[in-house]
Design a protein around this ligand. Structure first.
Ligand SMILES: Cc1cc2nc3c(=O)[nH]c(=O)nc-3n(C[C@H](O)[C@H](O)[C@H](O)COP(=O)(O)OP(=O)(O)OC[C@H]3O[C@@H](n4cnc5c(N)ncnc54)[C@H](O)[C@@H]3O)c2cc1C
Length: 378
């Protein structure tokens, strides 16, 4: 049963980062909000990620602006809700000449494009990130903008904090089966009136408006991830670390004239990395665990089983990039997200007053808070 009221200004479906971001945006505008989540807690992509707030991955212009607005909001949220957040920055490491060439070229225009970055010599890299593997290290690109949260606890704290607000109701275990102008119906038989409805159902493109999703060109992506136990003796990773392989994953580096040589070399040397969309990122959470990933398999290539081969490739490349005191893998999991081939987010109105917002791809933690704020529609 929906308790406080069954009539709201805004009804939100999904309590992942996108749904909670829109709930907060509505509250800041003085509106009464209900959030309906199918599971007993947020259990989708929003709790399965690295917890990286990663403006560096966004292209200059609206993408970077949205990420930087998110950054401000994450800081405000952490202060208000008490969720753990670290302003750790990031370092892209170059262990090959072509990787170093891309980083240096990117750096020449980065400041003008709004990125707060600096190239570092190998000695400077090791001072800032002693975990970097010094063997064949050419240098690195330091960015001060990135931050880390622990997604498993951050989403729960965010939801609890929102639910404490007088004008917000969050209902877990409520599966929505129908959304139409002004009205939401749940599987449990509740009917909720809401002037505006925002559907943030993540990778569930089947339950509501399946025909709209079928036409949307959204692609489903599966990512494999690994996590160590807490590292011993309070060992600190420092900034989030990214490999040279990561340069082919984010579009920001792809306009560099030196980029094709890097891309072609990796395709020739290690086609298996391209086949599984593997690049290496490493983050540390508040428990001292190291989160390592990831891979990208799309649509028909996605199988229920995880591939041991992918984990081995990730670990092999991670060992070339960093040195950890403890390489034990305590947890392995995968996550799913949807992504549009050309748009940063799918934001459409399939019906009057019903808005569908999903498809943040690999950047929902980085973009959703800012996106909901900058794209609020009255
Ligand atoms: C492995 C992995 C690593 C990633 N790393 C990062 C990172 O470090 N930084 C970053 O910025 N991004 C990262 N991402 C991307 C980011 O996690 C996603 O973009 C983001 O979490 C998507 O949020 P969402 O709210 O749209 O979807 P979700 O988190 O999947 O939430 C959707 C919610 O809607 C609910 N729902 C669906 N249908 C219904 C219904 N009918 N009724 C009620 N509830 C419903 C679901 O139960 C779910 O809880 C990563 C993603 C993955 C998978």
């Amino acid at each position: 049963m929906i308790t406080r009221s069954s009539s709201y200004d805004v009804g939100i479906i999904g309590a992942g980062i996108a749904g909670l971001a829109f709930a907060w945006a509505a509250l800041r505008r003085g509106l009464r909000v209900v959030v309906l989540e199918r599971d007993d807690r947020s259990d989708g992509a929003s709790v399965r990620n690295f917890g990286m707030i990663w403006p560096m991955g966004q292209p200059p212009g609206p993408g970077l602006k949205t990420a930087l607005r998110s950054r401000e909001l994450w800081l405000e949220l952490a202060e208000a809700s008490g969720l753990w957040l670290k302003q750790c920055g990031s370092l892209h490491l170059a262990h090959r000449d072509d990787e170093w060439a891309v980083l240096q070229e990117f750096n020449t225009t980065a400041a003008a494009d709004g990125y707060q970055v600096q190239v570092l010599t190998p000695e400077e890299v090791l001072t800032n990130a002693p975990a970097a593997n010094p063997q064949e290290l050419r240098g690195g690109l330091w960015s001060r903008m990135e931050m880390g949260v622990n997604p498993r606890t951050a989403l729960a704290k965010f939801a609890n904090w929102l639910a404490e607000q007088q004008e917000c109701t969050i209902c877990f275990g409520q599966s929505v089966i129908k959304a139409e102008t002004g009205r939401i119906t749940t599987e449990q038989g509740d009917v909720i009136d809401a002037d505006r409805i925002i559907i943030c159902s993540g990778s569930d493109t089947r339950t509501l408006f399946p025909e709209v999703f079928n036409r949307s060109e959204l692609r489903l992506c599966k990512l494999q991830m690994l996590r160590t136990p807490p590292q011993p003796d309070g060992w600190i990773l420092g900034p989030h670390l990214a490999s040279g392989l990561t340069l082919r994953h984010y579009p920001v580096f792809q306009s560099c004239l030196s980029f094709p040589a890097l891309k072609n070399r990796i395709a020739e040397e290690t086609p298996e990395l391209d086949r599984y969309g593997i690049h290496i990122l490493a983050a540390q959470n508040d428990r001292g665990e190291i989160i390592l990933g990831d891979s990208h398999e799309y649509d028909a290539a996605i199988k229920p089983e995880d591939k041991a081969e992918i984990d081995e490739l990730i670990l092999g490349k991670a060992r070339k990039m960093i040195r950890l005191p403890d390489w034990t893998i305590a947890h392995r999991w995968h996550g799913l997200y949807v992504k549009h081939p050309t748009q940063p987010v799918l934001d459409i109105e399939p019906m009057d007053g019903v808005r569908l917002v999903t498809g943040f791809g690999g950047a929902g933690m980085t973009l959703a808070l800012g996106y909901a704020d900058l794209n609020w529609k009255s």
